[in-house]
Design a protein around this ligand. Sequence first.
Ligand code: AMP
Ligand code: MN
Ligand code: MN
Length: 322
Amino acid sequence: MDILKEVSGAKTIGIGGHIRPDGDCIGSAMGLYLYLLKVCPGADIQVFLEEPAEIFKCISKIEAIRTDFETNIEQFDVFIALDTTKDRLGKAEKYFDDAPKKINIDHHVSNSGCGDVNYIIPQASSTCELIYDLIQDKKQMDEEIAKAIYIGMVHDTGVFQYSNTSPSTLRAAGELISYGFDFPKLIDETFYEKSYVQNQILGRALLESIVFMNGKCIVSMVDKKTMNFYQAKPHDLEGIVNQLRNTKGVECAIFMYQIDTLEYKVSLRSNGKVNVERVASFFGGGGHERASGVTMRGTFHDIVNNLSAQIAAQLKETAQRK
Ligand code: AMP
Ligand code: MN
Ligand code: MN
């Protein structure tokens, strides 16, 4: 895809990403925004995302994000959906629907493309890596764009550790750090550093976790009461599922937090034997083979039972294949 060709002539450009935006979503939206500001000087460009976590305040012009989803523009000439399908654009979905030209850039296997122009590359580590590839004229790259894109790559690869990290991911990252931002500080402050409250909840979630299926699965849950007690937001719970997955012997980790009565946001992580994208898709969610998510209704036990059936079936399949 030639992004410059796709947006050429557009007077108004909207950019959106998924609800509860993560590092990749924010990094790709801001990286693309900063780039388009340079290459489309006459255009009115607006970014719509839910409130980014405090850690992302280091990204240049982050305050330009319209977290209230308000706009003076009736219809965007082009609307670009990043790191998601249109159904998870939240309040920006209407702008996407109304735009005469819709562009979808994503790396989720579960996304078959919802735009007029789609750039969906499941092998890519992150949407940020795709934005890096789309900025073909590297003379337009600068420190601020590089930093935004780098943050998203770091977050979606777990600091270049997960299996979605490829030689081209590392080559891109190598190129990006040559722009001179303080990358060790950036990784520490946006990825590893946790607030006291985040660590307390992590501790509780680990303490209350349950292993089952002979230690192949682990589950933990944080209910609304606990979230309220700690005044924790969903992004404060990021990383818990990865810590659960690090348990020796575990093939599949499940972490869920309560959104409402009988409604939970579920995160799934796999160590390779279980394709958690298939599990999440079965219940209406999606993601990647080793990291996926879904919103499910029911009691904690019902949800765990339903997920377990799918996970057990896959583990049985893998065992039979051997
Ligand atoms: P999470 O567990 O929320 O960190 O999500 C893991 C991965 O799955 C991320 O790439 C998410 O974008 C994706 N994902 C999470 N929830 C959903 C959903 N309901 N539908 C599609 N993809 C999802
Ligand atoms: Mn994401
Ligand atoms: Mn992503």
